[in-house]
Design a protein around this ligand. Structure first.
Ligand SMILES: Nc1ncnc2c1ncn2[C@@H]1O[C@H](COP(=O)(O)OP(=O)(O)OP(=O)(O)O)[C@@H](O)[C@H]1O
Length: 707
């Protein structure tokens, strides 16, 4: 690695100027095109569409936060030089993705021989139609920025990384890959170890090769990613969304990309990443938000929730819906003046049976039956010399309404679920036991579905029936974060929306906290309708320092999740475990100390303790809500803080069935420091080998610690 010389930096600063000029040209052109676009398009429709597109481009450009225009530079070796040679290299794609082959990189290097490219968050065109001054990080050539190594330089002679302070270029460092030089980048380490302030940031400048493999996997590839806390699963998912929209914009235009996160706090945390990458049209929501059809006004007991989330409920609901279809036992007639059109019961039975066999959505099936009966009547009418047309068909179809209501009734999803939960459907022959039925059936059912009070699990049931009535909106690609927590019924809700698309499923079996959390990836992927999906493991952690990882890993045997242990990229950071006489005072002292340092501070406590601790921090004059947050442990999944003060682990562990998994989540939120404050003994599963002995991470244990 070479420190930059002053002349080099001056030259790079000139390139920054070229980028600024390019950006302002882009903005002027976009603004100008809005006016031209509105007048040049051939017809008004195209003019409107083009105008709208250009306006949003102009708006996007003008609103984009002014960030560094580039973060990297690739200089390819001149043709015929040895740097481009990859002969004998065995490096390839570990995740089995398409690029990265020796032959592929050799071809790429020939194409780019002798050229230099700057890589940034967005493409910036050059002057007078010349070569771009910055290439989008998602462009094929940019892949070498992330993948080239001394072992497989892919034709890259020099990879340069830039250091910025805000929007000022301050430094760069080079790796002369062509000369076999490759070392741990200082800029990379600084980025990974930087204090976290505010919402999550993009990682485009520092995506790692194993992450890049996932980000750039093909659109038809459904992938499951198992990764320990902080391995970058969320980051990978969001960058994959941005990549797919770039590489497959046409194909994704109709369906779009959906990102599902565990809760609102998490969504708030990640909200800025995709817009910073220039992608504003990705829908980001929770599963509850996606399926919300009616307000949640009730809570289920544990037993009821467990049964409602079980995949067998789908069969119960299917029976309840299709069980209302009746067998025609008499003919149907429609009178028109003095004529009568008649379809006999045998014919009707055939129509109903055929339609059922076609496995159409229930609502479409109903219309299919109507249309087929109308078609038979039309034939009769025409045979008798009547003239028929579309209006005639509509009239006859309407006249069949009362008959159709008796045979294939129109119904609302809530109505079906209301009937099932009111115990109106026979339990005989159903997949549920009597005890399970007893758990789900309401003690005092509401009189109608309109006055029913629904629980969160009921909404999943309603969504299931709605999906049988009509196909829901489908997405081209769905990214599911914290997927280990999905129930089989929730998985079905996701699968329905990705039926014609693909999935990126991110999770960690060790962080499963719901009663139905997945125990195995193949099972989870089967529930999501992708049993064949490959499972990829991410094993390097970028958030949690090694000392903290070591403590959290002590829980893994008890969690029995069968996940691989991870290696922390970070050797910095600190862990302190302190037994205190009172939790409030201990937390206040630890928070006060953390606030002296840079970065965010998160106090994590059992849900029942969070309010009390917040009050104690207020009373002590600490400003909760600024840099300091108090987070109930059930909401902390997916979040991170520079300094975590973890209050009373025993209370977290015993608060729920999967309390130890919850504690594992809480222990792995710290970016720099973890302060465990407790009055009661720690859960025995946390007690590891004696602290203080030996060197390395354990030295960071406080002597006041109790482990
Ligand atoms: N290649 C990288 N470069 C810089 N920072 C990274 C990189 N990969 C991950 N990070 C950072 O590490 C932190 C953890 O990443 P992320 O939240 O995506 O992990 P995760 O696997 O989803 O964790 P969890 O399972 O705890 O939710 C984030 O701050 C993220 O920006």
């Amino acid at each position: 690695m070479h420190a930059q010389d002053l002349g080099g930096l001056t030259e790079e600063l000139r390139h920054v100027e070229r980028c600024r000029a390019g950006l302002s040209r882009m903005l002027d052109a976009a603004r100008g095109n809005v006016i031209i676009g509105e007048t040049v398009a051939g017809d008004r429709y195209s003019a409107e569409r083009l105008g709208r597109h250009l306006k949003s481009l102009a708006k996007e450009l003008s609103e984009e936060p002014e960030g560094p225009p580039f973060f990297g530079r690739l200089t390819f070796a001149p043709a015929g030089s040895t740097a481009g040679s990859t002969a004998g290299s065995t490096a390839g794609s570990t995740a089995g993705s398409t690029a990265g082959s020796t032959a592929g990189s050799a071809a790429a290097s020939a194409e780019h021989a002798g050229r230099t490219y700057y890589i940034g968050r967005r493409h910036i065109p050059g002057e007078h139609g010349g070569p771009p001054v910055v290439i989008d990080w998602r462009a094929p050539v940019a892949r070498s920025f992330y993948r080239a190594s001394a072992r497989d330089p892919q034709g890259v002679a020099v990879r340069r990384r830039f250091g910025w302070s805000g929007t000022t270029l301050t430094s760069y460092e080079d790796e002369r890959l062509g000369r076999g030089e490759e070392r741990r980048s200082r800029l990379l380490a600084a980025e990974i170890e930087r204090p976290r302030v505010g919402p999550m940031r993009d990682i485009v400048a520092t995506i790692q090769p194993e992450q890049d493999d996932l980000v750039r996997a093909g659109l038809d590839d459904s992938i499951a990613v198992q990764g320990a806390p902080g391995t970058g699963k969320t980051a990978v998912g969001l960058h994959r969304a941005a990549y797919l929209l770039y590489a497959h914009r046409q194909r994704l235009q109709r369906g779009g990309v959906l990102v599902l996160g565990p809760n609102r706090a998490f969504l708030g945390y990640i909200a800025a990443v995709l817009p910073a990458l220039g992608e504003v049209d990705v829908e980001q929501t929770t599963l509850d938000g996606l399926i919300a059809s009616v307000p949640v006004q009730a809570r289920d007991g544990e037993r009821a929730a467990a049964v409602k989330h079980d995949a067998r409920m789908a069969g119960v609901l299917r029976r309840a819906l299709y069980g209302r279809i009746a067998r025609p036992v008499e003919p149907v007639t429609v009178a028109e003046g003095s004529s009568r059109w008649r379809v006999g019961e045998d014919e009707l039975r055939r129509i109903v049976d055929d339609t059922r066999r076609d496995a159409l959505p229930y609502g479409i099936g109903r219309e299919r039956v109507r249309a087929r009966v109308v078609a038979l009547m039309r034939r009769q009418a025409e045979a008798r010399g009547h003239s028929t047309n579309a209006a005639w068909e509509r009239r006859t179809g309407r006249a069949l309404g009362p008959w159709l209501d008796g045979i294939w009734p129109a119904v609302r999803a809530e109505q079906v679920v209301h009937e099932v939960l009111s115990g109106r459907w026979t339990t005989a022959g159903s997949a549920l036991s009597d005890a399970e039925w007893a758990a789900v059936v309401w003690e005092r059912p509401a009189r109608t579905y309109k006055s029913a009070k629904w629980s969160a699990a009921d909404l999943v049931l309603i969504d299931e029936v709605a999906g049988m009535l009509e196909r829901p909106r489908g997405y081209g690609h769905v990214i599911v974060d914290e997927a280990q927590d999905l129930s089989p019924m929730q998985c079905r809700a996701v699968a329905r929306r990705a039926e014609h698309g693909s999935l990126t499923v991110l999770g960690d079996l060790a962080q499963g906290t719901t009663p139905w959390a997945a125990r195995s990836w193949p099972e989870l992927m089967a529930a999501l309708g992708r049993p064949e999906a490959r499972v990829v493991e991410l094993t390097t952690g970028y958030r949690v320092p090694a000392a903290v990882v070591e403590l959290a890993n002590r829980l893994l045997p008890a969690l029995d999740a069968g996940v691989p242990t991870t290696r922390s990229y970070r050797s910095d950071g600190r862990l302190r475990i302190t037994r205190v006489p009172g939790v409030e005072q201990g937390v206040v002292a630890a928070a006060r100390e953390a606030l002296e340092l840079e970065g965010s501070v998160g106090v994590i406590a059992a849900d029942a303790d969070a309010e009390r601790l917040k009050a104690a921090l207020w009373d002590a004059g600490l400003d909760v809500g600024g840099r300091l947050s108090v987070v109930p442990v059930t909401l902390v999944k997916g979040l991170e803080y520079d300094h975590v003060v973890l209050a009373e682990p025993a209370a977290i562990a015993e608060a729920e069935e999967r309390g130890l998994n919850r504690l594992y989540v809480a222990l792995t939120r710290a970016v720099s420091r973890l302060d465990v404050v407790h009055t009661r003994p720690l859960p025995p599963e946390l007690e590891g080998p004696a602290a203080g002995a030996g060197t390395g991470p354990r030295e960071s244990f406080s002597t006041a610690g109790s482990v």
